[in-house]
Design a protein around this ligand. Structure first.
Ligand code: SER
Length: 621
């Protein structure tokens, strides 16, 4: 069974239940200043979950290309990857739990052929503080579907402490059974959508003969389905998306939605009962190429197997990120930086496997292109470009490695400052220094802080901001990002008032350390103009104006003079953020509630991006 067969079966299954099948969105989200990559199918569906009519209907199924950096440190184990495909089905205010749960069960047991005795499920235990009840409705439906196949499904609380207790359905809190893009309820910004979810797990070791748990570092505590020992694998998640965060808690959305997401590769691993996900057929040809390049055999040695897995994941991810219709090449900023890190990390692990002669990474691109020939032809179509970018990167990196390693070896017990010098002089990444030195996690924190302090002094803002993103996940919805986001709206208007009334937004990107704003204009701003813009933005910050959000039809918003980004696609119902009568923009948020929260605004630099497009980078202190 291959991922291509399972993808096809899944989409057919939901198509025959009234779903329209849509193709995967790009790995680079549109109109979302807070995220660098598409990490879930949900991202492009937000307006429709909020109640806007989806033109193709209210039942949708897809297979979405996803890239997540949050789990990068875990890549190398038997089940984590940065790139994966997520099968999804959506009810946009149509069906809910009593259809969704039996369908998921039917798909797993009848179509994939999974033994129901080896399936376990989790549900949300409820949280009184936020007024969200225990999900008993899902429990009752799960009991019924299991009972229909002769299994009595017992529900169990606190299995983290008590173990499985012969249960089939387990309650967990919001750290496991709540889904929103921002994570648990308390981490969600105002306006964000979320809901309780119900996950399905596959048991790789039902008779405990493989002794997965006993042989793992987790053996001191009882095993439960969310234990990290590798016995259980989460293969699907039905999110019951029915809440929106507001200033005073949670509100029911106008409609009840379902957002199901299941990792395609994981489903195949379960169907093949293959505990090592990196052994499923989609990786076979890449693995063979690597075996022949290194002369090593996958599975022979623990550390080497980890290296194999990192390379298989990272070069597949990089091929997709470069081959995407909006693909980017390795660089020192933002998405390009992440691509660079993937390729360089893969090369470093290649060295560990003994691959010293390069360039070799393009051989893996060839294998990936072949594997995805039919389902994602863009890799084959763009293969030349991808291979060239990979080879160039490899050459650059090999020079860096040679010089950097030499320097690093001379250092006795380097400080964060010295590691920064290594980075700024030779481009030798901090993460690689840690790997090379075998630095403990506790020391890494201190060194990282020193490193960033030093970087700030040297004005290396954008690069290190991206470095932060790579280890800490995506550009997040942290307070800094939200403050910079509102500052971006002020800047947008200030440019029109102080420089030229015809200026419009061309792009925006925000990290926790700076905003980047592209706008239509054809020359460098004078120092006076920059100072005037700064002064006006700071004046508006000083006035402590409250920021308001309203939903309205797109046309009405445009007629009211709200700013929109030229060329961007907007849904029919949009949210409009106003900052007093100073600024009004179409925007998905989030924003601070008063401009007084922003801090002092400062332009860092300006540059040209393309003919007629200028860029400003700025920060708030
Ligand atoms: N949005 C949920 C997830 O990413 C389900 O699709 O897991």
């Amino acid at each position: 069974m291959t991922i291509h067969e399972v993808r096809k079966k899944y989409l057919e299954f939901f198509e025959s239940r009234g779903h329209v099948v849509i193709s995967s969105a790009s790995l680079y989200p549109e109109n979302d200043p807070t995220t660098l990559f598409t990490g879930s199918g949900m991202q492009s569906m937000i307006p429709y979950l909020l109640g806007e009519e989806y033109p193709k209907g209210n039942r949708v199924a897809d297979s979405q290309k996803c890239f997540r950096t949050q789990d990068i440190e875990e890549v190398g184990d038997n089940r984590h990857t940065t790139y994966f495909e997520m099968l999804g089905n959506w009810s946009l205010g149509d069906y809910f739990k009593k259809e969704q749960i039996p369908w998921v069960f039917e798909f797993y047991t009848k179509v994939l052929g999974l033994d129901p005795k080896r399936l376990y499920v989790t549900v949300f235990c409820g949280n009184e503080d936020i007024g969200i009840p225990k999900d008993e409705e899902s429990v009752n439906i799960w009991k019924e579907v299991f009972s229909n196949v002769g299994i009595e499904a017992k529900d169990v609380d606190n299995s983290e402490d008590r173990g499985m207790c012969d249960g089939r359905i387990f309650y967990y809190d919001e750290t496991k059974n709540w889904w929103s893009r921002a994570g648990a309820p308390q981490d969600m910004p105002e306006g964000e959508l979320g809901g309780p979810d119900s996950e399905v797990f596959w048991d790789f070791d039902p008779d405990e003969l493989k002794k997965t748990h006993e042989n793992s570092e987790f053996s001191k505590k009882p095993c439960h389905v969310n234990c990290d020992c590798g016995r259980f694998l989460e293969i699907g998640n039905s999110v019951f998306m029915e809440y929106q965060k507001t200033a005073d808690g949670f509100e029911q959305l106008k409609q009840k939605n379902v957002d199901f997401g299941g990792g395609l590769e994981r489903m195949v691993a379960a169907a093949l009962d293959e505990q090592d996900m990196l052994r499923i057929p989609v990786f076979t040809s890449s693995r063979r190429v690597l075996e022949s390049l290194s002369g090593k055999k996958y599975g022979d040695d623990k550390e080497e197997t980890r290296a194999f897995r990192v390379i298989l994941d990272h070069l597949r991810a990089a091929s997709f990120l470069m081959g995407d219709e909006c693909g980017v090449e390795p660089s020192n900023t933002d998405q390009g930086y992440v691509v660079r890190r993937l390729v360089r990390r893969a090369i470093r692990y290649g060295r560990q496997l003994g691959i010293k002669e390069g360039p070799w990474t393009q051989k893996l691109v060839e294998a990936v292109a072949g594997e995805y020939e039919e389902s994602y032809p863009e890799i084959r179509k763009n293969e030349k470009r991808i291979s060239k970018w990979m080879q160039d990167e490899e050459e650059k990196f090999m020079k860096t490695v040679e010089r950097g390693l030499k320097e690093l070896q001379k250092m006795e017990k380097p400080t964060g400052k010295e590691l920064f010098v290594l980075y700024s002089t030779y481009g030798f990444p901090l993460e690689m220094s840690f790997e090379e030195l075998g630095t403990l996690a506790s020391d890494q924190e201190v060194l990282t802080e020193e490193f960033h302090k030093e970087a700030k002094k040297h004005g290396e803002l954008s690069r290190t901001a991206s470095a932060g993103k790579f280890t800490g996940g995506l550009a997040d919805q942290s307070e800094e990002v939200i403050r910079l986001h509102t500052a971006t709206h002020l800047l947008n208007e200030a440019l029109r008032q102080k420089v030229d009334p015809s200026i419009t937004q061309k792009g925006s990107n925000i990290t926790s350390e700076r905003l980047r704003f592209d706008f239509s204009f054809d020359r460098k701003l004078t120092d006076k103009e920059v100072a005037d813009v700064e002064e006006l933005v700071n004046k508006k910050i000083g006035e402590g104006i409250s920021v308001e959000r309203k939903e309205m039809p797109l046309q009405k918003a445009l007629d009211s003079g709200a700013q929109a980004e030229f060329g961007a696609k907007y849904p029919d119902t949009v949210s409009v953020y106003s900052i007093g009568d100073f600024s009004k923009e179409l925007c998905a948020g989030p924003h601070v509630s008063s401009t007084s929260e922003i801090g002092k605004f400062k332009v860092l630099k300006q540059e040209a991006v393309a003919a007629g497009v200028r860029r400003i980078k700025a920060t708030v202190e």
